[in-house]
Design a protein around this ligand. Structure first.
Ligand SMILES: Nc1ncnc2c1ncn2[C@@H]1O[C@H](COP(=O)(O)OP(=O)(O)O)[C@@H](O)[C@H]1O
Ligand SMILES: [Mg+2]
Length: 332
């Protein structure tokens, strides 16, 4: 049945008065929204694009006027603040409008990597051993974790703040990097053991019954053998840099059945205990001993038609439009 669907996304400035985005399709930063919009139209739905910056009253007025059957939620921040993403979803919940993806509780849990780690470890899901340096009380000594370690802000995403300096081999370097991140991102910082190994991405779809798709992997083909390999901001987003160093996301090859099974079980369990809903992507590492570690959970991952989630879905025989249709069904 045809529905009236609002695709809602965040902007870094006030939306145009008429919410007209005629020119946006040309710019690749909108690929995610454009992919979804086209799929929804192919599925026969009426689509309205709404951007939100920092005016929640305006958003509520617009939603009350449009009266959508559903919100396709692509909001990642409010007032340029990523921490407020769950609160925007809370507004949909208060208005009683069905929406795609994870609810405000699950988004809130995953926004705080330290909190989600506590929940994961409580449920015996293997994660790197870690400590938090609080912004108000930065760590001066680091106990209980082995070096090399990895230092990251607790609230950033998409490898923001991840560079060569995130990999540290001593306590003093870890503390210095943490101080830099406290300052730059005004956030707490996680210092955790560095997990040497392959980096795998597991896409999961569903609600009570979950489906895991074939895993993707980031490979660093032309990287010097002895350099630690991990997804820095550049290695994720800078196409030239990726080309130069042979960095690619591809389907993970030659994984033993047992590893796949363990990864699937781990991700399904994490999906449930983190209160995720409809779709999520998990970042995992597999070390030489065959141990799997969960680095983080990503609720509402990028759903662009060429990205990892959609590629994995296709490999599991779920074409893009069908995937979008499933996300709509899962909203109810
Ligand atoms: N403990 C770790 N060991 C090895 N690499 C790590 C570790 N933590 C993070 N990384 C690397 O940094 C990248 C980004 O970290 P992640 O926790 O996934 O944050 P983000 O939300 O920015 O994606 C990962 O994809 C991985 O390559
Ligand atoms: Mg990640």
């Amino acid at each position: 049945m045809s529905k009236k669907i609002v695709i809602l996304f965040d902007l870094l400035e006030a939306p145009p008065p008429d919410q007209n985005y005629r020119d946006y399709e040309k710019d690749s930063v909108w690929d995610n929204e454009v992919s979804v919009k086209r799929a929804l139209q192919r599925l026969g739905h009426e689509v309205v694009l709404i951007g939100v910056f920092n005016d929640i009253t305006r958003l509520i007025t617009e939603l009350n006027e449009i009266k959508p059957d559903l919100i396709f939620n692509m909001v990642e921040s409010f007032n340029n603040n990523r921490n407020l993403e769950p609160q925007v979803v809370g507004v949909f919940e208060l208005l009683g409008i069905p929406f795609t993806g994870t609810r405000s509780l699950g988004l809130g849990i995953c926004k705080d990597k330290a909190l989600s780690k506590k929940i994961l470890s409580h449920h015996r899901i293997r994660i790197p051993r870690w400590v938090v340096s609080h912004r108000s009380r930065p760590l001066r000594k680091i106990h209980d974790i082995k070096f090399p370690a990895f230092v990251k802000a607790s609230h950033t995403e998409g490898s923001e703040g991840i560079s060569k300096e995130s990999f540290v081999e001593s306590e003093s370097d870890a503390i210095a990097r943490a101080a830099f991140l406290h300052e730059k991102y005004e956030s707490n910082v996680i210092i955790e053991e560095f997990i040497e190994g392959r980096e795998l991405y597991m896409s999961v779809l569903g609600d009570k019954r979950l489906q895991c798709f074939p895993m993707r992997e980031i490979v660093f083909q032309n990287f010097p053998e002895d350099e630690p390999k991990f997804a820095t901001y550049k290695s994720k987003w800078d196409e030239k840099y990726r080309k130069k160093w042979g960095i690619r996301n591809e389907f993970a090859r030659n994984l033993e059945k047992d590893v796949i099974k363990r990864a699937e079980n781990m991700c399904k369990k994490a999906f449930a205990v983190l209160h995720l809903h409809a779709y999520a992507r998990f970042d995992l590492r597999l070390n030489e001993q065959g141990e799997l570690y969960m680095l983080e959970a990503n609720p509402n991952p990028s759903i662009t038609d060429y990205d990892d989630f959609a590629a994995s879905g296709r490999k599991a025989d779920i074409e893009y439009d069908e995937l979008i249709a499933k996300l709509i069904d899962l909203a109810y």
